[in-house]
Design a protein around this ligand. Structure first.
Ligand code: FES
Ligand code: FES
Length: 158
């Protein structure tokens, strides 16, 4: 059975009709065309599908779309732009924190969530935050360096 879902996505109202079993991941990609949210394991293990739900990082493959009704979702499409990268994206670029890019949307949103909660994280806190984001390319050193640099660049009073 389909039911209507109304929510806010990337600052704008959005709505779609989905079956109860449809995940938020599938609704974002298939109903709204937001394919920057990547499907990896689809069982909560890789972090590729991470989005912000009411400002907190979640795995969209583990949520039903109907659970996002009335709530606010932020996907990678709302973060930076090609001509004006978000500081986390810019730091990833500078510190070689991405290669194939498959994990990157989830990593960026996870880092933004961390830096919202912890303004000046140490390496251990960054590694812990990124522990749920699997990256097969970078070896993680570039990711960690980038998040630490983004925190440094933002400085106090961010
Ligand atoms: S696709 Fe959601 S955690 Fe892997
Ligand atoms: S850059 Fe390829 S999986 Fe992370």
């Amino acid at each position: 059975m389909s039911r209507p879902v109304r929510l806010t996505v990337n600052g704008a109202p959005a709505s779609f009709d989905v079956e109860d079993r449809t995940t938020l991941l599938d609704a974002l990609r298939d109903e709204l065309g937001l394919t920057g949210t990547h499907a990896g394991c689809e069982q909560g293990a890789c972090g590729a599908c991470s989005v912000l739900l009411d400002g907190e990082i979640v795995r969209s493959c583990l949520l039903l779309a109907v659970q996002a009704g009335g709530r606010t979702v932020t996907t990678i499409e709302a973060v930076g732009s090609p001509g004006r990268l978000h500081p986390v994206q810019e730091a990833l670029r500078r510190h070689h924190g991405l290669q194939c890019g498959y994990c990157t949307p989830g990593v960026v949103l996870t880092a933004i969530d961390l830096l919202e909660r912890v303004a000046d994280p140490d390496e251990e806190e960054v590694r812990e935050a990124l522990a749920g984001n699997l990256c097969r390319c970078t070896g993680y050193a570039g990711l960690v360096d980038a998040v630490l640099a983004a925190a440094r660049d933002a400085g106090p009073g961010r």
